[in-house]
Ligand binder design. Structure first.
Ligand SMILES: *Cc1c(COP(=O)(O)O)cnc(C)c1O
Length: 356
């Protein structure tokens, strides 16, 4: 292929991504008032409402743009990434838009609905029984000529952290007319670490007093590494919550921009995921529940100190993806979790409705 046809395809592909971004609306910032926290306003940014169903829609758009503009992705080239599901779905969505063949390397235990979603978008799934073998398999496919989008390696640099409608800029703009427009806390999870890196950098760039809290499954690598700023940290336990709770410190984890880490047990995350359905009328995924628990803990500490203010967090993906897992009582029981008692305690903790 000649240089000029290459550049023509590149220009067209960048244009396709820009058109998609221009067609997209921003995601809603949903407000919640909880009876037990009269002075505190809660906001949840509904990242499930992206066309590909999660906050990974933003990341996938950025990763393709980054690969294209770095000259790493050419017409007809195979695209690959290692993913626990949400990223794969968004990457498959953009691969279809760009007319590129896409393969996702994922653990075989990934929620079935996510695997189906990748396939329905025309992507291939390479399912590995050993989750630890996933990165090496993706790297091998890249060595054989595929473009490795590399969400874990590239997340923090592929996103324009100063602005360009990144998630942080969008949150701060959407808060502008609220009673407490500068949030006391923003709470998010760490999967690739891209979201926390973008928010943490943006808060510093804008000179805001808002602090950033990472909500993390108990014992996972961000929490362990953040305490000591150690990049060799390993998780001391594994989690049922997909998308977050990594086994080791990922390249895009930026510990320095995170002010606090709150660790949440899976049983609490699951119960909070169920509670979100009651509070918001839609099902969201497990990491959204983890975020909610961290928000409640921060709000309780604010109340004790007599502070008022706002706390912003994210609804990371759609709950439909977990119908056979986190929303299935038998599946949960097999893993030693019965969320009903915890759900009752959580209802007490937020107080009676209405919540908006
Ligand atoms: C990726 C992911 C996260 C964490 O976001 P990062 O920006 O990758 O750290 C949280 N929840 C879900 C469902 C995800 O897929």
């Amino acid at each position: 292929m000649s240089d000029s046809t290459d550049r023509q395809w590149l220009r067209r592909s960048v244009g396709v991504l820009q058109q998609e971004a221009a067609r997209s609306a921003d995601t809603h910032l949903l407000r919640l008032s909880l009876a037990r926290f009269p002075g505190i306003d809660f906001y949840f940014k509904d990242e499930a409402s992206h066309p590909s169903g999660s906050l990974k829609h933003r990341l996938a758009r950025s990763l393709y743009l980054y690969a294209l503009c770095n000259g790493r992705l050419a017409q007809g080239q195979a695209v690959v990434d290692a993913s626990s599901g949400s990223t794969a779905i968004s990457e498959a969505w953009f691969a279809r838009l760009l007319g590129l063949p896409f393969s996702a390397v994922m653990p075989a235990c990934t929620a079935p609905a996510k695997i189906q979603a990748v396939r329905a978008l025309g992507g291939r799934c390479e399912l590995l029984t050993d989750p630890a073998a996933v990165p090496a398999h993706a790297a091998a496919m890249a060595a054989a000529g595929a473009c490795h989008l590399d969400q874990f390696g590239m997340a923090e640099r592929a996103t324009d952290w100063r602005g360009n409608n990144n998630i942080a800029e969008s949150i701060i703009a959407q808060m502008s007319l609220e009673p407490h427009p500068q949030p006391t806390w923003i709470v998010c999870g760490a999967g690739t670490g891209g979201t926390s890196a973008t928010i943490g950098r943006y808060l510093r760039y804008r000179g805001l007093a808002t602090r950033l809290c990472v909500a993390e499954p108990s014992g996972a690598a961000f929490a362990v590494g953040w305490q000591t700023r150690s990049r060799d940290a390993r998780a001391s336990s594994c989690t049922l919550i997909e998308g977050i709770g990594r086994a080791s410190v990922e390249p895009s984890f930026l510990f320095e921009v995170v002010d606090k880490v709150i660790e949440v047990d899976d049983a609490q995350s699951v119960a909070a995921t169920w509670l979100l359905t009651e509070l918001l009328g839609n099902r969201y995924g497990g990491s959204s529940g983890t975020n909610l628990i961290a928000c409640l803990q921060l709000a309780e500490a604010m109340c004790e100190r007599g502070e008022s203010g706002s706390i912003v967090s994210l609804l990371c993906d759609r709950g439909e993806r977990y119908a056979e897992t986190l929303f299935d009582v038998d599946w949960l029981a097999q893993r030693g979790i019965d969320p009903r008692a915890e759900l009752a305690r959580l209802r007490e903790r937020v107080g009676p409705g209405p919540h908006c």
